[in-house]
Write a new protein. Sequence first.
Lengths: 197, 197
Amino acid sequence: MNYLMAETISAALSQLVDFNEEELSYFMKLLKVKKLKQHAFLLQAGEVCRMMVIINYGGLRYFKIGEKGEQSHWFAFEGDWLGDYESFLTRSPSPYYIQALEDTEIYCLYYDDMQHLYEKGVNFERFGRLMAERLFVAVGRARMDLVSLSAEQRYLKLMADFPNISKRIQVQHIATYLGIHPQSLSRIRKNIARAKE
Amino acid sequence: MNYLMAETISAALSQLVDFNEEELSYFMKLLKVKKLKQHAFLLQAGEVCRMMVIINYGGLRYFKIGEKGEQSHWFAFEGDWLGDYESFLTRSPSPYYIQALEDTEIYCLYYDDMQHLYEKGVNFERFGRLMAERLFVAVGRARMDLVSLSAEQRYLKLMADFPNISKRIQVQHIATYLGIHPQSLSRIRKNIARAKE
DNA sequence: CGCGACGTTGATTTGCCTCAACGATTGTGG
DNA sequence: CCACAATCGTTGAGGCAAATCAACGTCGCG
């Protein structure tokens, strides 16, 4: 594996747990590189999610198709992990899609390899725990925002938290993430632009 | 500690990880029992959440007070864990309240004790990981329901998942959990009752 | 170039909110 | 123990934010 190419990855891994060199190298060896062209699918509804992936460069969108059409649920960029955790853990079919927003390079951790990792030492268990804890806190906040903020407040908050997100994610996908329709978000953006004058 | 009284607890602990007797006993010894009268607060906004608790009997409501008034975020009953995980982990003031829905007995795990637990062995790390994973999946589903389902669908799903919830949680609290106002939920309930005839 | 996808805008409808008031129940103090 | 107040769930009337249906200009791509 080319460590230069994977600097983003090793930095992301070391951020949560202070792995020693041997541990880090063992971890990295299990990660299988994969390239996705823009719009390519990493996961489609009905499939079992067989891997969790971490992004070296590019971006992924995690979404579902329901009665209201596509509903974006999460986005991931450089250094972020993504996968359908529930499908991955329970090895049951996922109702979600994962699609590349741009040309993307990911490093894949397959189920069996992850289990080996957990057997390999407490640091890997700790890594898994810390990651799950952080995800839980983040998605909990996102849930709270949905019930306690207006659509415009949610949009402004998203823009404040991720200023460059609108350059990498289509407006329609941001809208469904916020729980509103693209037309409504368009009007909200117009109002904000008008208010700024 | 009275193990008879804490059957709910040891069952809940053993559900995630197959602890041996020594581990289980060590875990239980760290849990400090506490009783809460109905309406008593376990946590108030501005305080740091110093413990995660597991419920032996009774129920707790986790909520926030914002511009729209009280917003319920989660509920916990027998065998469930609760606490403001973010405040607990970061040791920073919480914006949340935790209040007893009924007379409730909890077992408290304080921050330092939890850290000791994590140092004590891989099974405890694994326990923490599995718990965080499950919470992440549950709150992720809850977030998705908010954006993809109508208020009525969310209510019906909640009732299907927890049929007895309405006997233990006030309608107004269910409403704010669903992201709607109590009056709206009242109308939704009327519609459902009318449709059933 | 021509097609399709995207973001936008307009007109209308709808689901939920807001403000207000009502009985029923719970709880409390005289 | 009863009278009163507070809380709760409900209902009504009206308003507003967002959804829906429809159309348009722009851009990227085959």
